[in-house]
Write a protein that binds this ligand. Structure first.
Ligand code: TRP
Length: 453
C-alpha cells in the first residue's frame, strides 16, 4: 500500500500545531507558571522555547522526512546496533501518556456538559463543594465513561487516516481553538481584576529567578519539550507524511510560534479569571484548575457560558493532541507489522483505554504515569534523539534540513552544535533531576499510598 501524505502544507502545519497545543498549554502551563513564580518562569520558558525548542523540533522533522517511516522504523533505517531498539521507547511513551491524557481530557468533556446541563453554582457554593464536584468527576464511573468516549473519538479520527482523519479534523479544530481563546482573553480583559492579573503575569522578578533557578530551569525545559510534543516521535511521524521537500525551518518557526503564542494567551485567560474570583494561582495540583475555575465561573458575569466555552475549548485542544499520540503507535503497526489502519488504531486504542482505567479509580495513578512520562520517558527520548542527530548522523541531518532551503552555511553548523552541546546538556540535567524526583515520588508519596492500603 502506498504511504499516505498530507494533502496540503497547511494541513501538516495545523496537525503539528494541533498536537503541540493541548493540555500542556492550558492545564499544565498556568499551574506550572503559578508554582514557579509567575512572570519569572514565563521569561525563562520563552528563552528555552527559542533556544532549545526550535532546534529540537527540527531534529525530529529531519528524521521523519528523510526516512518516511514511523519512529521505530526510522531509527532502525538510519542507525545501527542499539539504535535499532530505541524507537520502542517511543511506543511505550505513547501508551503511557495517552492513557492518562485521555482520562484528564474526559474531565474537560464532563465539565463542559455540567455547564450546559446544570451550571457550576452547585459545585462552587464553597471550596469544599468545588472539591467534591471535582472528586466525583475525576474518579469513578463518570470518569471511566468520559475516558471511553474520548478514546473512541480519538480512535475514530485515526482510523479514518492521515488526510480524511487527522488533516480534516485539525483544519476544524485548530481555528476553533484560536477563535474561542481570543474571545475568552478579550472577555478576561473586561474584568476588573485583569490589571492585577497582568501585573502578576508580566512583571518578572529577577530575584525569584536567581533564588529558584534549580527548580525553574528543569521545569521550563520539561514544559518546553512537553508543549512542543517532543521526545516521543510525534514530529517524526507527522514529518514522515510530507510528500515534498519544503522549508522545514520555516514550518517549525510557524509551529513553535503559534504554540507559544497560544500558551501565552492562555495566561491572559486563566489569570484574570482566578484573580477575579479572589483566588491566588499556583496552589498547585492537577485538580486545582478545575476547582478554582468552577468557583471563578460562578463569580464572574456570564460565568456559566464562559465556563462552557472554556472547558469545551480545552477538550478540543486535548483531542487534537491525543490523535498525534495514537498516530505514532498506529503508524508503527502499519509500517512494521503490516496491519491495516483500522484494526491497528482500534486495538492500540482499546489497550490504551485499559491502561488508563486505574487513573479513573485513584488519582495516585495519574501522578504515577504523568511524572514517569514527563520527568523520565520524554526527556530520555529527547536526549536519545539529540544524541542521534547531533553525534551519529549529523551530516545526513544537515543535508536533509537543507533540502527545500538551500545551503545553510554557518547556520547549519550552528544548528548541529546547538543540538550537540547545549540541548544535550540541558536535557541531560533535566533527566537527572527528573529521575531523582520520580524516585522521590515512588519512595515517598506512592509508598505512603501503598502503605495505607
Ligand atoms: N503537546 C501536547 C500538550 O501540550 C501534549 C502532547 C501531545 C505531547 N503529543 C505529545 C507531549 C507527545 C509529549 C509528547 O498538551
Amino acid at each position: 500500500m502506498v504511504r499516505e501524505t498530507w494533502a496540503t502544507r497547511v494541513g501538516f502545519i495545523l496537525a503539528a500545531v494541533g498536537s503541540a497545543v493541548g493540555l500542556g498549554n492550558i492545564w499544565r502551563f498556568p499551574f506550572v507558571t503559578g508554582q514557579e513564580g509567575g512572570s519569572a518562569f514565563l521569561l525563562v520558558y520563552l528563552l528555552f522555547i527559542a533556544l532549545i525548542g526550535f532546534p529540537a523540533i527540527l531534529v525530529e522533522f529531519v528524521i521523519g522526512r528523510r526516512t518516511k517511516l514511523n519512529p521505530v522504523g526510522a531509527l532502525r533505517e538510519l542507525g545501527s546496533g542499539l539504535w535499532n531498539h530505541v524507537g520502542w521507547l517511543f511506543v511505550i511513551t505513547g501508551f503511557v501518556i495517552l492513557s492518562y491524557y485521555s482520562v484528564v481530557a474526559g474531565w474537560f468533556l464532563r465539565y463542559t456538559l455540567i455547564g450546559i446541563t446544570d451550571g457550576y453554582a452547585a459545585g462552587a457554593a464553597s471550596p469544599e463543594a468545588a472539591g467534591a464536584l471535582f472528586g466525583s468527576v475525576a474518579t469513578g464511573l463518570d470518569s471511566l465513561l468520559f475516558h471511553a468516549i474520548f478514546m473512541a473519538i480519538v480512535i475514530g479520527i485515526i482510523a479514518a487516516g492521515v488526510r480524511s482523519g487527522i488533516e480534516i479534523a485539525v483544519k476544524v479544530m485548530v481555528p476553533a481553538i484560536v477563535v474561542l481563546l481570543v474571545g475568552l482573553a478579550a472577555y478576561g480583559f473586561t474584568l476588573d481584576a485583569s490589571t492585577e492579573a497582568y501585573a502578576y503575569y508580566l512583571s518578572p522578578d529577577f530575584g525569584v529567578i536567581l533564588e529558584n533557578w534549580t527548580s525553574i530551569l528543569p521545569a521550563a525545559a520539561g514544559q518546553a519539550f512537553f508543549t512542543l510534543s517532543l521526545g516521543m516521535g510525534v514530529m517524526i511521524t507527522y514529518a514522515s507524511y510530507l510528500g515534498e521537500d519544503r522549508n522545514l525551518a520555516e514550518d517549525a518557526g510557524v509551529i513553535v510560534g503559534l504554540d507559544t503564542l497560544i500558551a501565552v494567551v492562555v495566561g491572559f485567560v486563566v489569570f484574570p479569571f482566578l484573580f477575579a474570583a479572589g483566588l491566588s494561582p499556583g496552589d498547585g495540583g492537577a485538580g486545582e484548575i478545575f476547582v478554582s475555575l468552577t468557583v471563578a465561573f460562578t463569580e464572574i458575569p456570564a460565568g456559566r457560558f464562559i465556563g462552557v466555552v472554556f472547558f469545551g475549548m480545552v477538550g478540543i485542544a486535548a483531542l487534537s493532541s491525543a490523535i498525534s499520540i495514537l498516530e505514532v503507535v498506529t503508524s508503527y503497526l502499519i509500517d512494521e507489522r503490516d496491519l491495516d489502519r483500522v484494526p491497528a488504531a482500534a486495538s492500540i486504542g482499546v489497550a490504551i483505554f485499559l491502561l488508563g482505567i486505574p487513573v479513573t479509580i485513584d488519582l495516585v495513578f495519574l501522578d504515577l504515569l504523568d511524572k514517569f512520562a514527563d520527568d523520565v520517558l520524554l526527556v530520555l527520548g529527547a536526549l536519545l534523539l539529540s544524541v542521534f542527530v547531533g553525534w551519529v548522523v549529523p551530516e545526513l541531518a544537515r543535508d536533509e534540513l537543507e533540502k527545500g532551503i538551500g545551503d545553510l552555511g554557518r547556520l547549519g553548523t550552528a544548528w548541529i552544535w546547538i543540538v550537540r552541546i547545549p540541548i544535550i546538556a540541558v536535557v541531560f540535567i533535566s533527566l537527572y533531576l527528573g529521575v531523582v524526583e520520580y524516585v522521590d515520588f515512588l519512595t515517598d508519596d506512592f509508598a505512603a499510598w501503598l502503605a495505607a492500603r
